[in-house]
Design a protein around this ligand. Structure first.
Ligand SMILES: [Mn+2]
Length: 289
């Protein structure tokens, strides 16, 4: 009998997780199935499973980049989140990333709401003397608190900034006046709005080549246009196209990317465009390693 099946709880092409023989300096996927602070379209707690499932739609050969996905990477499964408690969940994610770091593993986090990034960035900001967070998002996520909550999908990059990282925000097209004032009051937040990407991609790519610190890449799926990725927590018209994301990923692949996340995929439907696109972004990144 020939059984032809796949393992939808693991990202396609991932290696067997033999903890005694982990390849150092590899990437490792973790899922954070958490969406308790979501304010609009809920469902990103299901992101990790639908994104993994969608990963089986791609070829080993990546024709866009003329590369094959042949790097060793792992899928460690989902962390145990605490539904309803964002701070506790962030702490668990932080502990997980610290453990992975001790194994020599660079995290690739599948969300879940964007708050998943807080724990990851906190852990990594303590490992590296300087860290630049390249943040692809429709929103700045720089609110000091969101309706009184300091740990929220809307405050992620404010917390990250407090950890001492530099920020490069790309694709921005929604922000509060308070967030704009905050950006003006700081020296280390670089902004490329959606139209800067559409019209001056060469300038964005050039800027990225000048970043000389380790980079953490955080991708909120709402950076894409809602026509491409509709199932996100806060869909915002006027977003980026697939080819623009490909160009940014390729530029970043030449840099020292010490971790990344792809968050806010909020759908319960297998094969939904947002899930497929999120899987493609991770697949593209791994193809370029
Ligand atoms: Mn966003």
């Amino acid at each position: 009998m020939l059984l032809n099946t796949y393992e939808p709880w693991k990202f396609a092409f991932s290696a067997e997780t033999d903890f005694d023989n982990i390849e150092k300096d590899s990437y490792g996927i973790i899922g954070v199935p958490f969406d308790s602070t979501t304010s609009y379209h809920s469902g990103s707690r299901l992101g990790p499973i639908v994104v993994r499932e969608a990963s089986y739609g791609f070829e080993n050969y990546n024709i866009n980049f003329k590369t094959s996905l042949d790097c060793i990477f792992y899928d460690f499964g989902d962390v145990n989140v605490v539904p309803g408690n964002c701070e506790a969940t962030c702490n668990i994610v932080e502990d997980t990333v610290n453990e992975l770091f001790d194994l020599g593993i660079k995290p690739i986090t599948i969300g879940g709401e964007h708050s998943a990034s807080i724990g990851v960035i906190k852990a990594l900001s303590e490992k590296y003397e300087k860290l630049t967070v390249v943040h692809l998002d429709a929103h700045r996520d720089l609110a000091f608190d969101f309706i009184g909550e300091k740990y929220s999908h809307a405050t992620v990059m404010r917390r990250a900034h407090e950890f001492g990282v530099d920020l490069v925000q790309i694709g921005i097209r929604s922000s509060s006046i308070e967030e704009e004032d905050f950006v003006k009051s700081t020296y280390n937040i670089q902004t490329f709005k959606n139209k800067d990407v559409h019209r001056h991609m060469d300038a964005v790519e050039y800027y990225l080549t000048t970043v000389d610190t380790p980079i953490y890449l955080s991708i909120d799926m709402d950076v894409l246009d809602p026509a491409i990725a509709p199932s996100v927590g806060n869909p915002t018209p006027g977003g980026l196209f697939i080819s623009e994301i490909e160009d940014l990923i390729r530029s970043l692949s030449f840099k020292n990317v010490v971790g990344m996340d792809v968050v806010e995929t909020a759908t319960d439907r297998l094969g939904e465009n947002t899930a497929v696109t999120a899987a493609k972004i991770i697949y593209d990144f791994l193809s370029l390693i």
